[in-house]
Design a protein around this ligand. Structure first.
Ligand code: 13P
Length: 314
């Protein structure tokens, strides 16, 4: 019964031609993005922004699920309709970010470990009662001089697996997100090596923690050169390197992979994902989709600027 429910949710999240929308920025991340555009950093502005997104006409034709944040899942449209109800009526499955953010890792200068396991079982149960059907936890891996360390890869993989096991116990599909950041001047090959190591470590821990691969979704980075690497890569090179890495490290039992966008523009992130599906779809054991935040939201946010008059254009 539990396994069947997880499989049904995964299927609904990975519908062909659709993807996931990450709108789960913490208040501080959302405020930072607002601040850059001079938008007030208030609860009401964050609510209005999320209302704009969720009332976009036809959103459910392209988005199968959206990831909310603790503040957002409790919010409502200005007419009082809860966001969860709005989404459910539009055929968009509500999800929830449940990690408590990436913090400096003790003994590991320059590296991060994600917190949030304490009290997680109770929080997951509350979110489920509020209508969430899946969850997200993000681990952050940084490429730099001598990093990532084994200690960092293993600690992040371990907490991702503990989180995923708790999600499945509660009937929520875990999105497992080990993100290798784009910051830095590393090459595409370095990113490929680190991403592959991170994924092997994650799947080893998922196995140890008895996570059902069929009842989860992986949210990885694409394999890319660092933002300041002088040698940038063509769309097909990114598609090839990413698929090669995933084929080596992601079990075929995993039903779906939904990419984060990181610091890519919407156009590039979409072109690269499209190239992967065009070139490899018939040969891949898992569905490939998107779970973008910035690549989807940023262009609309820049049009909105916090102004009611810009809502329709945005
Ligand atoms: P980006 O698409 O902006 O990388 O965000 C995805 C996400 O949910 C990060 O946790």
């Amino acid at each position: 019964m539990g396994e069947q429910e997880l499989a049904t949710t995964v299927q609904a999240m990975m519908q062909a031609g659709k993807g996931l929308l990450a709108m789960d920025e913490s208040n501080s991340t959302c405020n930072q993005r607002f601040a850059k555009l001079g938008i007030p950093q208030t609860e009401e502005a964050r609510r209005a922004w999320r209302e704009l997104i969720l009332t976009t006409p036809g959103l459910g034709e392209f988005i199968s699920g959206a990831i909310l944040y603790d503040e957002t899942i409790r919010q409502a449209k200005s007419d009082g309709t809860s966001f969860v109800k709005l989404m459910t009526e539009a055929g968009i499955i509500p999800g929830i970010k449940v990690d408590a953010g990436a913090k400096d890792m003790a003994g590991h200068p320059g590296e991060k470990i994600t917190e949030g396991l304490d009290g997680l079982r109770e929080r997951l149960s509350e979110y489920r009662q509020m209508g969430a059907r899946f969850a997200k936890w993000r681990g952050v891996i940084i490429i730099g001089e001598g990093i990532p360390s084994h200690g960092c890869l293993e600690a992040n993989a371990h907490v991702l697996a503990r989180y995923a096991a708790l999600c499945q116990e509660t009937g929520l599909v875990p999105i497992v997100e080990p993100e290798v950041l784009m910051d830095g001047d590393h090459t595409l090959e370095q990113c490929a090596r680190v991403t592959e190591a991170a994924l092997h470590t994650v799947f080893c821990q998922l196995y140890r923690q008895r996570v059902l691969f069929e009842g989860m979704i992986l949210k990885p980075n694409m394999v890319l050169p660092g933002l300041t690497c002088p040698q940038q890569a063509a769309v097909d090179e990114v598609a090839d390197a990413t698929v090669r890495c995933l084929l080596r490290a992601v079990p075929a039992a995993v039903p779906g992979i939904a990419f984060l966008s990181g610091s890519q523009s919407g156009e590039l992130a979409s072109a690269r994902l499209n190239a992967m599906n065009v070139r490899f779809k018939s040969r891949l054991p898992w569905a490939l989709a998107f779970s973008f935040a910035r690549a989807i939201q940023q262009p609309a946010l820049e049009i909105w600027q916090g102004e009611e008059a810009n809502v329709v254009a945005a």
